[in-house]
Design a protein around this ligand. Structure first.
Ligand code: ANZ
Ligand code: ZN
Length: 862
C-alpha cells in the first residue's frame, strides 16, 4: 500500500490535465454559463499568501459550478503596467518589459503549482501591444463620446517619482501611495475622463448589486457623495460679478452673516481691498502648502481672514463681509459658501473664533416665540421652524428648502442643484510604462486621434529611463515628432501614458474573447459571458477599481458594444491572511517587528535587548517579517493541503490566521482519506457502484451510513450555495470520512457510494488527491468532469430519535423511540419510560409539554 505523496501526484495531474485540456472553456451553449473571476495580480515578482487565498477561493467556486453542470469561464491574466517596473528598471538597468515578463513567468509557474483550473488560452497581460492596442481604442471611444478631455489642473505632484498622482493615490496624510513622499501641488495640462457624467447612474445602480457586500456599496455611495441643495448667487458690492455658492440648506439663507471664498477662488483678488491685499496674499501662500485633509479636518481650527470686500444677501438686502478661509475647498461645489453660523457646526466654530455675528433662523418646533437672539451653545443643525426669515416665517425647514429655491428661481438669483463629491478621473501619467494616449497634437487641426489602423501607438524600446524630470517619452524626439494624420503638417505625439486603473477597467471584457486580433472583443461573445457571476478580490479595491470598471461598462454600453449595465453580479471581498507577529513594545516604527527565525517561540525575547516580545496576528507583510511563502508550504505539504487549510481555517470574507498546526491538521486529514480509499481499492474486487442496491439498505448500520452520506451531500451542497461556506463544507467532509471509517458495512454498495461521494465532494478543494483516488477506484474520466452528487431526501430521515424526558424542566433521562412528530405518541413513550416512572411515582402530573421538533417532553408536577 502506497503512502500519500503529494509532490508526485500533483505534478503528474497538472501535466495530464494540461495535456488533456480539461480546464479549457467549454464551447457548447446548452448549459448555463458561469463566469468566475479573481482580481488579476500585479506581477510584482512572487505570489504571496493573499494571492493564494484569493485564487483558491475562486478556483473552488469554479470547480463546484462545473460539477454542478455549468459551463464555466475561469481566466487569469496580468495587470502588468505601472510604476514598480519602471522603478526596478531604473535601479537594475533593465527594461521594464524584461522585468515584467520575468515576474510573470515566475508567478505563472507558481500559480500552476496550485492546481488552479484556469483556461490559459485566455491569458492576457495589459502591457502587451495586443492588449493595449484596445486600451487605446477604448480611450478613443471615450474621446469620440466627449468623455475624454484635457484641461489645465492643479495636480498632485510626487516629488520623488516625479509624476502626477490621482487624488486616490494620495493617502489621508497627504503622502504618495507608492513613494510615501509628501505630495505637492502643480499646474499641468492633463487628460481627464468624465466619470461625473455617470455619477447618478453609478449611484442608482448600486441598488441592482444585490450580490455585493453592503459595506462596499456604502463606500461607493460615499465616494460618489451626492448632495441635494441649491445654487444661490450673492451680488458683490460695487462689482458686476456675483458669488455663486452651493448649499444643502437654502432654508437657512436668512441666517447668512458672511460669505467665504476658497483662497484659490478667482474672485479672491478681485474682491480684496487694497488695505487687505498683503494679508490676503500671505494667507493664500500658507494655505497652498496644506493638504485637503488638513484643511477640512473637524478638529483643526478653521483659519481665515476678511478680504475687505462686501456681498449682498439677495433675500434680505443686507451687506455681509466676504472672507477667505482654508476650510472652503476650491474643487468642491462652486468653491464658495454662505456662512450660517447658527446652523452649521463649522461655521459656528469659525464665527466664534472670528467674532462674526450669529443669527438664528431655525428653531425647534414650539420655540417660535422665544427671543430670536437666544444664545446658542452649539449650532442647531436639526430641521425645525423658520423664524427671522421674512415671508417664510412659520414654515417647517423641509418645506422651506423648496420654497426658498422656488423664490430664488422666480427672482433669478438661484436654482435647485445636485452636487457630487466625485470628480472627473485624472488619467494622465508622465511615465513610460503605461499605454500611450493615442492622440497627436497638430498646430493646424488641434487634437487628432491616431487612426484605428495605426493602433497600437507602441512604446518605443530605445528609451532612456532616468527617473528624473519630464516623462521619458517626452524626451525622445524621434518618437514625439510625427506628421499630423489629418493634414500632414509636422506635429507631436501626446507623451502622457494612461493610469493603469484604465487597463484593469476592461480586462474582464477581453477575457471573454481574449485572442481576438481584429476587434476589442466580439460583443456577442462578451455579452454571452458577462456579467461576471462571481468576482473575488481584496477590499482595497472596493472603491476605485470597481467604480472605474462600472463606469467603463456603462460607457461601452452607451457606445453600443455591450448590452448590460453592471459588470460584476456578485462580489466577494476575501479577508486578509495574517501571520504570527513578534513585536517589541519598547521599540517603535518598523524596528519593533522581530523576525520569527530569531525568536524562541517558547520564550519570545528580543535577540538584541532581551526584552520580552508581544505576540499577535497581523496581515502578512515583508516589513513585519510575518509572511509565509506559498512555495515552502507547497514543498512541505503539497498544494492540496494548502488549499484545504485556507478554505477550512476561516469563512472566505473573514481574516485568516496562518497556523502551522492547522496546516498539519489538514495534511493528516488528507492522509486519512488516502488510507481509507486505498484500503477500499485494495479490498474490493469490484468497486463499481451498483445503483440498484442503494435504495434498500439491508441493515440498520447500512441505513445509518446511507443517512450520513446523504446528510453530507445536503450539508456540503447547502454550504456551497451562494455563501461559499467552505469551512463548514470541509467539516462535513471530515464527518463523512469518519462515518466511512467507523462503519461496519464496508462490503456494501452503500459503502461504495460513500467512497465515491467523498472523493467527488473533495474534488473542488483538493483537486489532485481527489483525481488520484478517483482513478484508483477504477474511473477513467477525470473526477473534474464528473457530476456533483445529489441527495435522496428519503435517506435523510432517521428511524429513531432520542427523546429527552424532563420533570419540571430538569432533564431526567433519554430514550430511543421510533421517529415521529405525533405529540400523543411522544407523550405516551415518555410516560412509559423508566425515568418518568421513577420520578413521577406518587406525584400528580399537572401538565405535559411536548416539543416534537426538539424531541422533548417536559412533565410539570406539583
Ligand atoms: C450653508 C449651510 C448652512 C450649509 C447650514 C450647511 C449647513 P455636503 O453635504 O458635503 O455637500 N460647502 C459647500 N461648498 C463647499 C466647499 N467648496 N468647501 C467647503 N464647504 C462647502 O455639504 C454641503 C455644504 O457644505 C454646503 O451647505 C456648504 O455649507 C458647505 F446650516 O451652506 B452649507
Ligand atoms: Zn493637422
Amino acid at each position: 500500500e502506497s503512502r500519500y505523496n503529494p509532490t508526485a501526484i500533483e505534478e503528474k495531474w497538472q501535466k495530464t490535465w494540461a495535456e488533456r485540456g480539461i480546464d479549457q472553456t467549454p464551447t457548447e451553449t446548452d448549459k448555463p454559463k458561469f463566469y468566475a473571476l479573481s482580481m488579476f495580480p500585479y506581477p510584482s515578482g512572487n505570489l504571496h499568501m493573499g494571492h493564494v487565498r484569493n485564487y483558491t477561493i475562486t478556483d473552488a467556486i469554479a470547480r463546484v459550478h462545473r460539477m454542478q453542470g455549468d459551463r464555466v469561464l475561469h481566466p487569469m491574466g496580468w495587470d502588468a503596467f505601472g510604476l514598480p517596473a519602471e522603478n526596478a528598471a531604473i535601479k537594475n538597468q533593465t527594461h521594464p518589459a524584461k522585468w515584467t515578463y520575468n515576474n510573470i513567468a515566475q508567478m505563472r509557474s507558481e500559480l500552476k503549482r496550485l492546481g488552479l483550473s484556469y483556461d490559459w488560452n485566455c491569458e492576457l497581460a495589459t502591457c502587451s501591444p495586443d492588449y493595449y492596442k484596445w486600451t487605446q481604442w477604448i480611450f478613443l471611444q471615450f474621446f469620440q463620446a466627449g468623455l475624454a478631455y484635457q484641461k489645465e489642473a492643479k495636480v498632485n505632484w510626487d516629488p520623488i517619482d516625479q509624476t502626477v498622482l490621482a487624488n486616490e493615490q494620495v493617502d489621508s496624510e497627504g503622502r504618495s501611495w507608492r513613494s510615501g513622499a509628501i505630495v505637492e501641488k502643480k499646474n499641468l495640462r492633463q487628460w481627464f475622463l468624465k466619470i461625473t457624467d455617470y455619477a447618478e447612474e453609478l449611484l442608482q445602480d448600486l441598488d441592482k448589486l444585490t450580490g455585493w457586500p453592503e459595506r462596499v456599496k456604502l463606500m461607493q455611495a460615499n465616494w460618489i457623495g451626492k448632495s441635494v441643495g441649491a445654487y444661490l448667487e450673492f451680488p458683490i458690492v460695487g462689482m458686476e460679478e456675483k458669488i455663486g455658492v452651493f448649499t444643502t440648506r437654502p432654508d437657512t439663507v436668512y441666517g447668512v452673516t458672511y460669505v467665504v471664498l476658497a483662497p484659490e477662488h478667482p474672485l479672491t483678488p478681485k474682491v480684496t481691498t487694497s488695505e487687505r491685499q498683503e494679508a490676503v496674499e500671505t494667507f493664500i501662500k500658507e494655505v497652498a502648502n496644506q493638504s485637503e485633509l488638513e484643511r477640512t479636518a473637524e478638529d483643526k481650527p478653521k483659519r481665515g481672514i476678511p478680504t475687505g470686500g462686501k456681498a449682498i444677501n439677495p433675500f434680505t438686502g443686507e451687506e455681509i463681509p466676504i472672507w477667505i478661509a482654508d476650510y472652503v475647498l476650491y474643487e468642491y461645489g462652486t468653491g464658495a459658501v454662505m456662512g450660517v453660523p447658527a446652523h452649521d457646526t463649522r461655521d459656528f466654530k469659525f464665527a466664534n473664533e472670528q467674532n462674526l455675528p450669529i443669527k438664528v433662523v431655525i428653531v425647534p418646533p414650539g420655540n417660535e416665540d422665544l427671543s430670536p437672539h437666544y444664545e446658542l451653545k452649539e449650532a442647531y443643525t436639526d430641521p425645525g421652524i423658520m423664524v427671522n426669515s421674512g415671508e417664510f416665517n412659520g414654515k417647517n425647514s423641509t418645506e422651506g428648502k423648496q420654497a426658498i429655491i422656488d423664490y430664488a428661481e422666480q427672482k433669478g438669483f438661484g436654482k435647485a442643484r445636485v452636487q457630487y463629491r466625485l470628480r472627473d478621473w485624472l488619467i494622465s501619467r508622465q511615465r513610460y510604462w503605461g499605454a500611450p494616449i493615442p492622440v497627436i497634437h497638430c498646430p493646424n487641426c488641434g487634437i487628432v486621434p491616431v487612426p484605428e489602423q495605426d493602433l497600437p501607438v507602441q512604446l518605443p524600446e530605445d528609451v532612456e529611463l532616468s527617473g528624473r524630470g519630464a516623462s521619458p517619452l517626452a524626451q525622445l524626439e524621434s518618437w514625439v515628432n510625427v506628421p499630423c494624420p489629418s493634414c500632414g503638417t509636422p506635429a507631436k505625439r501626446e507623451t502622457d501614458t494612461m493610469d493603469t486603473f484604465i487597463d484593469s477597467s476592461w480586462y474582464y471584457l477581453r477575457f471573454c474573447d481574449a485572442q481576438n486580433d481584429g476587434k476589442v472583443f466580439d460583443s456577442a461573445k462578451t455579452n454571452g459571458w458577462m456579467p461576471v457571476d462571481q468576482y473575488v478580490g481584496g477590499i482595497e479595491h472596493a472603491i476605485l477599481h470597481l467604480l472605474y470598471s462600472r463606469f467603463f461598462t456603462k460607457v461601452l454600453r452607451d457606445r453600443g458594444l455591450l448590452n448590460f449595465d453592471e459588470p460584476f453580479q456578485r462580489l466577494l471581498t476575501q479577508g486578509m491572511v495574517q501571520g504570527l507577529t513578534y513585536t517589541n513594545p519598547k521599540k517603535s516604527g518598523n524596528a519593533k517587528y522581530i523576525p520569527s527565525n530569531l525568536v524562541n517561540p517558547n520564550d519570545p525575547k528580543d535577540p538584541e535587548t532581551g526584552e520580552p516580545l508581544e505576540i499577535s496576528y497581523q496581515t502578512m507583510s515583508k516589513s513585519k517579517y510575518n509572511g509565509v511563502a506559498p512555495e515552502q508550504v507547497i514543498n512541505k505539504y503539497g498544494a492540496d493541503t494548502a488549499r484545504m487549510f485556507i478554505l477550512f481555517k476561516a469563512p472566505p470574507e473573514k481574516d485568516l490566521e496562518w497556523d502551522e498546526a492547522d496546516v498539519e491538521g489538514q495534511f493528516r486529514f488528507l492522509n486519512r482519506v488516502w488510507r481509507l480509499i486505498t484500503d477500499f481499492a485494495s479490498n474490493q474486487s469490484s468497486a463499481k457502484l451498483d445503483k440498484s442496491k442503494l435504495e434498500n439498505p439491508k441493515s440498520k448500520t447500512e441505513k445509518d451510513l446511507r443517512r450520513a452520506i446523504h446528510t453530507a451531500i445536503k450539508e456540503v451542497t447547502d454550504d456551497l450555495g451562494s455563501d461559499y461556506q467552505f469551512n463548514t463544507a470541509i467539516s462535513e467532509l471530515m464527518k463523512l470520512s469518519n462515518a466511512l471509517t467507523d462503519t461496519d458495512s464496508k462490503n456494501s454498495a452503500i459503502y461504495t457510494e460513500g467512497i465515491h461521494t467523498l472523493i467527488l465532494m473533495l474534488a473542488p478543494f483538493a483537486p489532485h488527491i481527489a483525481e488520484e483516488l478517483w482513478q484508483m477506484i477504477g474511473n477513467t474520466e477525470s473526477v473534474h468532469k464528473a457530476s456533483w452528487p445529489k441527495y435522496d431526501p428519503a435517506a435523510l430521515v432517521a428511524d429513531e430519535i432520542t427523546l429527552v424526558i424532563q420533570i419540571n424542566g430538569k432533564t431526567r433521562g433519554t430514550i430511543e423511540v421510533a421517529n415521529t412528530s405525533d405529540k400523543d405518541t411522544l407523550e405516551k413513550y415518555a410516560r412509559e419510560s423508566e425515568a418518568a416512572q421513577r420520578y413521577l411515582e406518587g406525584k400528580e402530573i399537572k401538565k405535559a409539554i411536548v416539543v416534537p421538533g426538539r424531541n422533548l417532553v417536559n412533565f410539570v408536577v406539583g
